[in-house]
Design a protein around this ligand. Structure first.
Ligand SMILES: Cc1ncc(COP(=O)(O)O)c(C=O)c1O
Length: 371
């Protein structure tokens, strides 16, 4: 495999995770459909390793840093991190992060496995106060779906200074604009389902870490727990990853234009996008992020029913959950029972895709008018 040290992410996404260059070797990693391997090699069995997973893992490692393990979903990856904590460990986590993670933490807490302190991760003092005696800090930034921004460099170093482990869900920001391992985080998680694979056709997750001991514990957890990615899904994700920087840069620029226009729309009450100069997290985000991402959310003066009608009224944007695909998606987040009650009822999350931005804006504008 090529050495990646001084290449930029736009290049790494294309060059990493390729087979050795040799006469007649394929350009692309093969889809290795094997439940078992001839004895004597480093893999041994299809739940222990797979050449296609390895190719995807080395490409994510090239972008995010550290060593990567792919999992069957983002939640499988994140669940594996929490499974390593000793019974009774105190975990500090966001009170309005991704609802699936909150549900997992609530259930681990209710079953007496861990003790969760939910905090507003954007409020640095609140997080610092909650860290006393904590074993692990789980950060998501920007948060899903309110796009609040945590002061990652400050919180990560404060936690590490008191020997508290730190994990960061980097799904929204992606390694293109934020690399938490370089800030000292122990582990970075992705829902690879989203921007990294980018075509809404696979569900996959990953964990990256610089710590060899943590890597081997997580690898053992995947091997024993069996939350392994499928070879075909890994191949699709790697194929999607080749265009990830291109897609992300285009989607991010579309998101900025749409956020600015939404801000001036009379039906819109508030736009959440850290790229807006008016946004309360703009200066903080500019301090350590290289961009503002391609997901935004907004609330309407008209309330939940009007938001539902707006989502239904689109022709170009699809009314569906998820994010990070090449196509734009939106939904009212509180339509899901598990969403945090801190999220306003009318909040619409918009994952901005790579379509022509004027087509997107016309669609949004007509949906707001017609709803
Ligand atoms: C921020 C974030 N983290 C994790 C997940 C879970 O990932 P997956 O759906 O791949 O299990 C999601 C899914 O929406 C997410 O938005």
């Amino acid at each position: 495999m090529t050495e990646h040290i001084d290449l930029n992410p736009q290049t790494l996404a294309i060059t990493a995770g390729r087979p050795e260059v040799a006469p007649d070797s394929g350009l692309n990693a093969p889809i290795s459909l094997n439940a078992t391997y001839v004895a004597g090699g480093p893999i041994g069995y299809g739940r222990y390793g797979n050449e296609t997973w390895s190719a995807l893992e080395s490409a994510i490692s090239a972008l995010e840093g550290g060593m990567t393990l792919a999992f069957s979903s983002g939640m499988a990856a994140i669940g594996s991190v929490f499974s390593l904590l000793p019974v009774g460990a105190v975990v500090v986590a966001s009170d309005q992060g991704y609802s699936g993670v909150m549900a997992l933490l609530n259930s681990l807490d209710a079953n007496g496995k861990i003790d969760v302190r939910f905090v507003n991760v954007a409020k640095t003092d609140e997080v610092l106060a909650a860290l006393a005696g904590a074993a692990f800090l789980w950060l998501e930034s920007p948060t899903n779906p309110s796009l609040t921004v945590a002061d990652l460099p400050r919180l990560i170093s404060a936690a590490k200074a008191q020997s508290c482990g730190v994990g960061v869900d980097n799904t929204f920001a992606t390694p293109l604009i934020q690399q938490p391992l370089l800030m000292g985080a122990d582990v970075v998680a992705h829902s690879v389902t989203k921007f990294l694979s980018g075509h809404s056709d696979v569900v996959l997750g990953s964990l990256s870490t610089n710590d060899p001991a943590l890597y081997s514990r997580l690898s053992e957890t995947r091997k024993i727990g069996g939350a392994i990615p499928g070879p075909f899904e890994s191949w699709l994700a790697l194929r999607g990853l080749r265009t990830f920087p291109l897609r992300f840069e285009r989607a991010q620029s579309n998101a900025m234009t749409i956020a600015q226009r939404l801000e001036g729309h009379p039906k819109v009450a508030k736009v959440n996008y850290p790229g807006l100069a008016s946004n309360e997290y703009h200066d903080r985000a500019k301090g350590f992020m290289k961009g503002f991402g391609a997901v935004l959310s907004f609330t309407l003066h008209g309330g939940a029913e009007e938001s539902d009608r707006v989502c239904e009224a689109a022709n170009v944007i699809t009314h569906a959950t998820s994010l990070g695909g090449i196509e734009s998606l939106w939904e009212r987040r509180r339509r899901w029972q598990g969403e945090s009650p801190l999220v306003p009822e009318s909040l619409i999350r918009l994952s901005v895709g790579c379509e022509n931005v004027e087509d997107l804006w016309r669609d949004i504008d007509q949906a707001l008018e017609n709803a």
